[in-house]
Ligand binder design. Structure first.
Ligand SMILES: Cc1cc2nc3c(=O)[nH]c(=O)nc-3n(C[C@H](O)[C@H](O)[C@H](O)COP(=O)(O)OP(=O)(O)OC[C@H]3O[C@@H](n4cnc5c(N)ncnc54)[C@H](O)[C@@H]3O)c2cc1C
Length: 389
């Protein structure tokens, strides 16, 4: 067992840390305030080769895997969860293609992501079907060699900027079926007839990358754009399982940024003839949060190593879910602590703490809520996939 990063990953961590300090930190508040897509950050990521971190070398990526991407996201999320989301979106929609796509699909859709000439988004959720994905109503019907898709996906991150989408639709004979083999994944291009972006959401945080609707009206999708098998819904779950460490990294980075900021503040904030940092009550809060961060990092890095080893099937789910659950709940706790440690100043826009507080909350909702993760962890124990004997 070795807890050290490899030399390559340590070098990646250091270079992204510098990039985040130079290119992300100065823009973070502006991105939040203006809520417009931060092209400057995207270009900085592109120029540094970060958009292809988790993509295979043969398709233009750098093959740093999920662990490499998680490490980069952790650094960036210290300042901006919007920037972290931009990196996450290089993996969420491409995951199913990498796991089950054809070589032709990979050759057509992956290199552009790494080069920064294409962007993609992921359409699973619908207004009536979030955690309960089997309740989706988007329908795919076979017509000759093609499929015809109709439906509306919602809350899709990066929907406006994307050039292509990974979209899930019901393809079984019975649209009300809850059988797993009734759902199929497709690659849908933005420019195809019948593909429209609908309303975009007014979010409380992580502004700058839109979330919104993707409306599909009689969209003809060639059979070659089916990802994996028809009825291969398991793919959605495998893709999401492999994403757990990446979402978790957004949480640990945010928590680290918030705790470091608040620590520097309390060390210079005078009260009662001392600094606030001199009070044991404050020190213990800092210590507890530091323990929490390191525990979440260990869970996250371990889960990333597992995912990179292809261990994201059922027996590994509890370990992956634990990382996502613990790190994202930590982000909420740490950002709340940071606001509290700054007092009134932490509540005001003069400090980034109020932004971290708003940004953190989405992490416990996206890609499987905390309750869904707890359900998966409990299932693992009940089924003896997670057992200590
Ligand atoms: C900022 C943001 C970005 C997003 N981006 C994307 C995206 O790119 N692509 C995409 O497809 N989706 C996206 N989503 C949607 C996200 O995946 C869903 O919000 C999430 O799956 C939860 O679904 P829901 O909102 O319908 O909540 P619901 O499923 O209605 O859940 C509501 C509450 O009930 C709880 N609950 C539900 N089921 C259970 C259960 N079985 N046991 C216990 N409690 C339960 C939940 O934990 C939650 O607290 C995004 C959401 C947000 C907020």
């Amino acid at each position: 067992m070795d807890f050290d990063l490899s030399e390559e990953l340590e070098a990646l961590q250091m270079s992204v840390r510098r990039l985040a300090q130079d290119k992300v930190k100065p823009l973070a508040r502006q991105i939040d305030k203006e809520g417009t897509y931060p092209y400057a950050v995207f270009e900085a990521f592109r120029d540094a080769g970060l958009l292809g971190l988790c993509l295979p070398v043969e398709f233009g990526g750098s093959g740093a895997g999920i662990l490499g991407l998680a490490i980069a996201i952790e650094e960036v999320a210290k300042y901006s969860n919007t920037a972290a989301l931009m990196l996450l979106l290089t993996r969420l929609p491409t995951g199913p293609v990498m796991i089950a796509g054809t070589e032709a699909q990979k050759a057509k859709y992956l290199p552009g992501i790494a080069e920064g000439t294409l962007r993609a988004a992921f359409g699973l959720s619908e207004a009536q079907a979030g955690s309960d994905v089997m309740g989706m109503r988007t329908r795919g019907v076979r017509d000759g060699e093609d499929w015809v898709l109709n439906g509306t996906k919602c809350w899709m991150s990066g929907v406006r900027e994307a050039n292509w989408y990974t979209v899930f639709a019901k393809t079984g004979d019975d649209p009300a079926s809850r059988a797993h083999d009734s759902i199929t994944a497709f690659i849908v291009e933005r420019e195809w007839p019948g593909v429209d972006v609908g309303r975009t959401d007014h979010k409380m945080g992580v502004k700058g990358v839109d979330t919104g609707e993707l409306i599909l009206t009689d969209v003809r999708v060639p059979a070659e754009n089916v990802i994996g098998e028809v009825g291969g819904f398991r793919l959605a779950m495998l893709g999401l399982n492999a994403m757990r460490p990446i979402v978790a990294a957004r949480g640990i980075g945010l928590a680290e940024g918030a705790l470091m900021y608040a620590t520097q503040y309390v060390q210079q904030r005078a009260a009662f003839g001392k600094t606030i940092a001199d009070f044991q009550g404050i020190q213990w809060e800092i210590a507890k949060c530091a323990v929490d961060i390191e525990a979440a990092r260990l869970l996250t890095y371990r889960s990333a190593v597992m995912a990179d080893a292809g261990k994201f099937t059922k027996e590994y789910v509890p370990y992956l879910s634990m990382a996502k659950y613990h790190a994202t709940e930590l982000a909420v706790r740490a950002s709340s602590l940071a606001v509290q440690l700054l007092g009134a100043a932490g509540y005001m826009e003069d400090h980034p703490t109020e932004q971290w507080y708003r940004d953190a909350k989405q992490l416990t909702i996206v890609e499987g809520t905390s309750q869904v993760q707890l359900g998966l962890i409990a299932r693992g124990v009940l089924d003896r996939d997670l057992w200590w004997d």
